[in-house]
Ligand binder design. Sequence first.
Ligand SMILES: Cc1ncc(COP(=O)(O)O)c(C=O)c1O
Length: 399
Amino acid sequence: MLAETKFAAEPLAKPALGEPYLLTPGPLTTAYSVKQAMLRDWGSWDGDFRAMTADMRRRLLALTGDAKGEFDCVPMQGSGSFCVEAMLGSFVPGDGKVLVLANGAYGLRAAQTMQYLGRAYTLIDKGDYLPPRGDEVAAALDADPAITHVIAIHCETSSGILNPVAEIAEAVHAKGRKLLVDSMSAFGAIALDVNEIRYEAMVSSANKCIEGVPGFGFIIARKTELEAAKGRSHSLSLDVHAQWAHMNKSGQWRYTPPTHVVAAFLEALRQHEAEGGVAGRGARYTRNRDVMVAGMRELGFETLLKDRWLSPIIVTFFNPAHPNFTFDRFYELMKDKGFIIYPGKLTVVDSFRVGCIGQMDEHVMRRVVEAAALSLHEMGVDTAAPPAAAIAERAKLAA
Ligand SMILES: Cc1ncc(COP(=O)(O)O)c(C=O)c1O
């Protein structure tokens, strides 16, 4: 039973600016100073904006620990999926073959991208509950010598699973193949240090863990790979080599840059640094997750994943079995209280997600739990326990 009086007694404080908090995988809640940085117009050709682009590229590269200058950073207009497509189209040669490691929607999207590109690929699909492991990657590479590249999803945002990229990287390197990483929802909060993890290229975007607003992504790649990418891209606008070469020569983006988004992102990068970089950001998100998951479990909610694979980015919960529960009503009640949650993206069971990233801390996460308790109370749901069938399925598939 929920402690109704405890939660019903006190109205929740309103979020800053009267906006709801976005408990989503991005776009997410940004700092006021990040929004404020967009209140000025910049000439895309002007030296000031070129300096901003150069500063941003330098700051992003610094997050990878690339002390030897072996990597470079190439910003690219568009959302994250544009950058994944740009990476695959530019680094995988026409006669290459990609092993796609999937355990959710974004791995499957990478496979779909390969299909659109018309380039060869093969898939390991682990379903929603489990990560691809180093030994199975090694076995797949042994079994198919035609594979030249592997793409791994760092945090599979559809379930929130944190994939073991280090052991995958080791297996890929040991077999003499090249690793591409979709670190969209992890980069900036979970280390992807080039001195620890061997990869050729990675992508992320402005509106994830650096806490900027949407409008572009970026590819960080070995310079040797960038050079080899010349003339390979299937697409004029998504050609990573062409964007890189143009930017290095002129300091400018090839086509209209999202000027305001870049200005906001630079402010977000300054804040990221002030928070203690990747470690500081990751620590806050981890506290957010721990406080929120503990509180939700007290209400009877259960996580899709075992603790071992829970990322500090986003957490999937099973929908409660109670007949009065519907996600749509729960969503509206949470929104009324200032919190926007996210629907689930699983193939089999009904679920919803709560993001831990963005401008919020553990105090906000406590209020999220209070809002969830109050919303259940308003729906007449006295326990958030999931259906027995969902638990049975988890036991079967996550074994
Ligand atoms: C791991 C991952 N890859 C790719 C994407 C696609 O990015 P976008 O929705 O910005 O195109 C996302 C979005 O959340 C993601 O989390």
